[in-house]
Write a protein that binds this ligand. Structure first.
Ligand SMILES: [Zn+2]
Length: 307
């Protein structure tokens, strides 16, 4: 049987990725990741690659947590996997996922969700907020205007526009001017892994739990998932996501609650893998063999000591 995260209902959302990205340093000294000027975009559905997407993100989170314990904290080594991740899946859409406001563009103030990765402020001036995601734009790249009482965003390039069908901010996220700080993305990857580590801790102490425990309460804010009811050969729910971040959180939630597959950590190499049952402790046969060899060696050496 194939081990796959089952996503009940018809989860779909189109997301955009560019063929090339680059690292750029902003005036405040922080490193951003942004589509390259000659890059081309393509659309995809993150739920079609749910499992790979989640595992790739958690690998980055694992690496980042390991680096935290390192004395020189060399985050440079994260740049390569991060670049591969963004080329495969695009940026997270944090401008939308971090705020309660729907359109963001053209609004006065932005109400931030708690535990966001962008700022500690609860309310932030909208212009200041939007500028954090477009620090490299030149004059004329983006024009925000109003037409018949509706705010619109005009771009000096050809990337998808939704003409009011989706929040205006999506027009910005899908443009090649939109960028995200690498610290924000790494922070998010770390959070998912920390949540998973907590979950494993509770799962392994299952016998002691008498009441249900909320694991790291207040971390997920999927407040802006919408849905429509669609008809093709059958009637289905089409879920709409405001960001890749929310899509990943949803995939994660399904992955850890799925009864057919179990997200686990290999007892040998400590990598996250998908197990069929809780008895499956190793990610592959070579890890199991290595662990068995080690066990029998330990047995031999301890029996020698006894002699
Ligand atoms: Zn392993």
């Amino acid at each position: 049987m194939e081990k796959k995260i089952s996503l009940k209902g018809s989860f779909s959302t189109d997301w955009i990725r560019y063929s090339e990205y680059e690292y750029k340093t902003a005036e405040d000294g922080s490193t951003y990741i942004i589509p390259s000027r000659d890059a081309v975009f393509s659309m995809y559905n993150p739920f079609d690659v749910a499992q790979e997407l989640l595992m790739d993100l958690m690998k980055i989170g694992d690496m980042a947590i390991k680096l935290e314990g390192d004395s020189n904290k060399n985050f440079e080594t994260l740049k390569k996997p991060l670049m591969i991740f963004v080329r495969k899946y695009g940026l997270l859409g944090l401008i939308s996922a971090s705020a309660y406001n729907r359109n963001i563009i053209g609004e006065k103030n932005i109400l931030m969700i708690e535990n966001n990765h962008i700022t500690k402020k609860e309310i932030i001036n909208a212009e200041e907020y939007v500028n954090m995601f477009i620090p490299f734009i030149n004059e004329g790249d983006i024009k925000i205007g109003e037409y018949k009482n509706k705010v619109y965003l005009a771009k000096s390039e050809d990337s998808p526009s939704f003409y009011g069908k989706r929040p205006v901010v999506m027009d910005l996220i899908f443009s090649m001017f939109y960028s995200e700080k690498i610290d924000w993305i790494i922070d998010f990857a770390k959070l998912i892994v920390k949540h998973f580590n907590q979950l494993l801790m509770f799962r392994n102490s299952l016998n002691y739990l008498i009441e249900n425990v909320t694991i790291m309460a207040g971390q997920f804010h999927a407040e802006k998932i919408g849905f429509t009811i669609n008809q093709l050969d059958k009637t289905f729910i089409a879920w709409q996501f405001d960001s890749l971040k929310t899509a990943i959180e949803t995939i994660y939630a399904f992955a850890v609650t799925d009864e057919k597959i179990i997200l686990n950590r290999c007892s040998n190499c400590k990598e996250i893998f998908i197990a069929k049952s809780d008895r499956e402790k190793y990610c592959n046969t070579s890890c199991r063999n290595r662990a068995n060899v080690r066990k029998s060696r330990n047995k031999k050496s301890s029996s020698k000591k006894e002699n």
